[in-house]
Design a protein around this ligand. Structure first.
Ligand SMILES: CC(C)(COP(=O)(O)OP(=O)(O)OC[C@H]1O[C@@H](n2cnc3c(N)ncnc32)[C@H](O)[C@@H]1OP(=O)(O)O)[C@@H](O)C(=O)NCCC(=O)NCCS
Length: 183
């Protein structure tokens, strides 16, 4: 039987986080319009250079909460969230290496994080119609209707647009203040 554990990340996890981000996004982006003209390679190359610097900083400055999942002591995925001034959280990343998909790794990460966050609202966003949108909705996330229809955050994120990908976003919120309504 496999031992799955979720723990806070340490600076030594930086390379693994970066690898999961790049591999996860490559897979998530491959069906987007613009992928057929090399958009995925362009955006992944851009992300690789930015996050190789960014993750070691975020892991050591404490501005961000990172949880990592390990299966039999092997890194399998991570979740990153930023605390907001009012105590809510913005979920910035949730990635599981493809070889561990469908094995409850993402589930353990999300459930561990929601338990940790407590009864506060959690914000996120993802590509409209993506598989991850279904998974967010499963955990009680819904469209954040307070974000106006023409708001920039609903458009393709700039690094993806520069790479030629088309990926309109849906702002999401999981309203958990005074509620324990998640499965
Ligand atoms: C999104 C992601 C992190 C989920 O990880 P995972 O290990 O594949 O997820 P799991 O198999 O544990 O499934 C998570 C939950 O969603 C449920 N689920 C699975 N497929 C589903 C679907 N199509 N619709 C709704 N719920 C679904 C599972 O039953 C599970 O629920 P549980 O908590 O009751 O067990 C992973 O697929 C991934 O890395 N994707 C690529 C990167 C990405 O798009 N990240 C999200 C945006 S940052």
């Amino acid at each position: 039987m496999c031992a799955l554990e979720v723990v806070r990340a340490s600076p030594a996890d930086a390379d693994n986080l970066c690898r999961a981000l790049l591999v996860g996004n490559r897979k998530a982006f491959e069906r987007l319009p613009g992928a057929e003209t090399g958009g995925v390679d362009r955006v992944i190359t851009d992300m690789e250079s930015r996050f190789a610097d960014e993750y070691p900083k975020r892991l050591s400055d404490g501005s961000t909460v990172f949880f990592v999942a390990r299966v039999d002591d092997n890194f399998a995925g991570y979740l990153e969230a930023v605390p907001l001034p009012n105590g809510d959280y913005r979920l910035r990343a949730w990635h599981v290496l493809p070889e561990y998909h469908g094995r409850k790794v993402g589930s353990r990460l999300m459930r561990h994080f929601l338990e940790f966050a407590g009864e506060v609202d959690v914000y996120s966003h993802t590509t409209i119609g993506s598989e991850s949108e279904d998974k967010y909705r499963y955990y009680g996330f819904e469209e954040d209707l307070s974000v106006p229809p023409d708001h920039d955050s609903r458009e393709t994120p700039p690094p993806m647009a520069r790479a030629g990908l088309i990926a309109p976003q849906i702002p999401l919120v999981c309203r958990r203040r005074c509620s324990s309504a998640w499965p």
